[in-house]
Design a binder for this molecule. Sequence first.
Ligand code: FAD
Ligand code: NAP
Length: 329
Amino acid sequence: MAETRKTKLLIIGSGPAGYTAGVYASRAMLDPILVQGIEPGGQLTTTTEVENWPGDTEVQGPDLMVRMQDHARAMGTEIIGDIITDLDLSSRPFHAKGDSGTTYVADAVVLATGARAKWLGLDSEEKFKGFGVSACATCDGFFYRGQEIVVIGGGNTAVEEALFLTNFASKVTLVHRRDELRAEKILIDRLQKNPKIEPLWFHEMVEVYGTDAPLGVEGIKVKHTKTGEITDIPAKGVFVAIGHAPANELVKDTLETHMGGYVVTKPDSTETSVPGVFAAGDLTDHKYRQAVTSAGMGCMAALEAERFLAEHCEDGDEISATPQLEGTD
Ligand code: FAD
Ligand code: NAP
C-alpha cells in the first residue's frame, strides 16, 4: 500500500544546498526528510578534484558529497532515496509524490534540485548520446584511452573536463565559439601548459558523425563562426560542456522564474513566491553557481523555514491555510 510520510520540512535535492539545509534544519529540531533524487550528491559527484571548498585544499567531489550526506544524517536528517515526480504547492500542507509511490506531506519545503547539463540540441548529438557523446568526463573518460577527444565549451566545466581527459586521450581539442574562455585563471593557465590540449577558437559543432553498426563516433563537423567554413575533426569521444540549466521541472508552472528558468527568490532571502517554499543553490542562482554558495543558500533556507514554521505552526499543529502568492520585488 502507498505510504504517506508527514514532516515539518521536506528538502528536495541532495547537493550541497540540500545537505546543508538538512544539517541546519536538524539542529533546529525540525526532523527534516531529505529526498535525494536521481543523482545522490548532485553535480559534484560528476567531477574529480574540488579545490575551492573551504577547509580542503583538495577533495574529490564524490568524497565531499558522501561527507555532507553523513553529516546531515548524523545531525538527524532522514535521507530517502526517492525522486519527487509531482509537487502540489496550491495549499498547505504541501504534497509531494515520490516515484516510489510514497506521498510526502510537508508544512514547509526547501527546493534544492540544482541544475543539469545543457545540450546543443543537434539530432546527431542525440543519436550518439551514450555511444561517444557525453556530458560527464569523469563518468565516461576512461572509455577513450589513447583516442582523440573533443570538448565543446569555454567555461570552468569545459576546461576542467579537457584537463581531466588528458589522463586518457592522445589529444583533446577544445572547441569554443569565441577566443576567450570564461573559466578561472588558474584553470586557463593549466590548459595552456598542457601539451595534449589544442584549443580551436571561433568554432561551433554542427554535427557528430560516426558508424551505425556498431553505433560509435568517428568525428565532428565544426563551423567557423566568422567565415562559415566547415571543417572535420576526427574524434572517438565528444564531451559537451556548454553550461547547466536549472532543474525546475517540479515548479516551473507554479513558482516565478527568470533568466532562463531560475526560481526567483526575494532579495537576500530564499523565500519564493509561495510562502513556506524556499529555494536554494543552482536552482535559483544564475550568477555564482558554486558549491559553497549553494551550501550557504541551503543554510539560509533552513533558517528561514524554521522561522516560517515557528510563526505559522504551533508545535504539532499542521498548517492548513491556503498560501497566498506574494510579489517578489
Ligand atoms: P546539485 O549539486 O545540482 O544537486 C541537485 C540535487 O537535486 C541532486 O541530488 C538531484 O538528485 C536532486 N534532484 C533534482 N531533481 C529532483 C527531484 N525531482 N526529486 C528529488 N531530488 C531531485 N563548484 C565548486 O564550487 N567547485 C568546483 O570545483 C566545482 N566543480 C564542478 C564540476 C562540474 C563537472 C560541475 C558540473 C559543477 C561543478 N561545480 C563546482 C558547481 C557545483 O557542483 C554546483 O554549484 C553545486 O553542486 C550546486 O549545488 P545544488 O545543491 O544547488 O545542486
Ligand atoms: P558556463 O560557465 O555557463 O560556461 C558555458 C560555456 O559554454 C561558455 O563558454 C559558453 O560560451 C559555452 N556555450 C554555451 N552555450 C553554447 C552553445 N550553444 N554553443 C557553443 N558554446 C556554448 O557553464 P559551466 O562551465 O558548466 O559552469 C557552470 C557553473 O559551475 C559556473 O558557475 C562555474 O563556475 C561552476 N563550476 C565551477 C568549477 C570550479 O570552481 N572549479 C568547475 C566547474 C563548474 P560563451 O563563453 O561564449 O558564453
